[in-house]
Ligand binder design. Structure first.
Ligand SMILES: [Zn+2]
Length: 269
């Protein structure tokens, strides 16, 4: 669902809001101060905006979501499946400066710690264990999805927090959809080798050797097989490449774009 707060448009999930346990959101292009091809809510520090501009965007986005900028945790993502457990003191060098590298997911049970992943077509997956009060935020592009970063987050949460997948609410956010996600033979082969069910989630393109892949469907199925009830998984269904007024899309815009973010934090008492 789309929410506008102080001129900033963010997207949220009903199931996460109804839990009353978290603050969360996915950014859109709307409500920031970046100009030109990055207009307006670029949250990436390496996309060509000055630091001041990105910090202003962060202040607006964090304000709309209801998290503190000094508690935001992010790092350089590598399309892998490593997930960092975030504990206190929070692992950032300072306000919005991070030396973390190599993680495509974060998890925590520390209230207020705001887990943030970057996106510009790749799937954001929000996970909330409502019983043990723990969360995970992951970046699940096709490589991360082949590697099973979603189920891996559940397994790590089970180990660290005693999470039972039956108690987990999931939000699968805006990203490139079945409509636009054209891939080659090597991608469907990688999925076929990893998941017998994957063939239900692609179809042949008109272009020979090309396919369309449904990452949302695959991630849903992975999480269901890991024990999350289907009714607890909400999918935004919004394709980033379909709507470049609202989203930045790497496939559509190449490097001439900003970057969006997904953020998830347990509420502080
Ligand atoms: Zn599309």
């Amino acid at each position: 669902m789309k929410i506008e707060k102080n001129g900033v448009t963010i997207l949220q999930f009903q199931n996460l809001n109804q839990s009353g346990l978290v603050n969360h959101g996915f950014s859109t292009r709307l409500g920031g101060v970046s100009q030109g091809e990055r207009a307006t809510m670029n949250l990436g520090f390496t996309r060509g905006d000055s630091r001041d501009v990105v910090e202003e965007n962060f202040a607006r986005f964090a304000g709309a979501v209801g998290v503190k900028t000094e508690k935001i945790v992010f790092g350089k993502q590598v399309h892998g499946t490593e997930i960092l457990e975030v504990t206190e003191p929070l692992p950032m060098d300072g306000v919005l400066k991070s030396s973390l590298q190599g993680y495509d997911g974060f998890m925590t049970n520390v209230p207020g710690a705001a887990l943030l992943t970057y996106h510009a077509d790749c799937v954001p997956v929000f996970l909330l264990d409502t019983k043990q009060r723990a969360i995970a935020m992951v970046h699940s592009g096709w490589r991360g999805t082949v590697g099973g970063i979603g189920p891996k987050a559940l397994a790590q949460m089970a180990k660290a927090y005693g999470t039972n997948p039956a108690d987990v609410l999931v939000g699968i956010g805006p990203s490139i959809g079945f409509c636009h996600f054209q891939v080659g033979e090597e991608v469907v082969e990688a999925f076929a080798a990893a998941y017998p069910f994957a063939q239900d989630f692609w179809r042949k393109d008109d272009v020979p050797g090309k396919y369309h892949l449904d990452l949302w469907g695959i991630i849903r199925r992975q999480l269901q097989e890991a024990g999350v009830p289907e009714t607890q998984i909400e999918t935004s269904g919004l394709c980033t490449m379909c709507d470049t007024q609202l989203f930045y899309s790497h496939r559509k815009m190449g490097e001439a774009r900003g970057t969006m973010a997904a953020v998830l934090a347990l509420k502080e008492e």
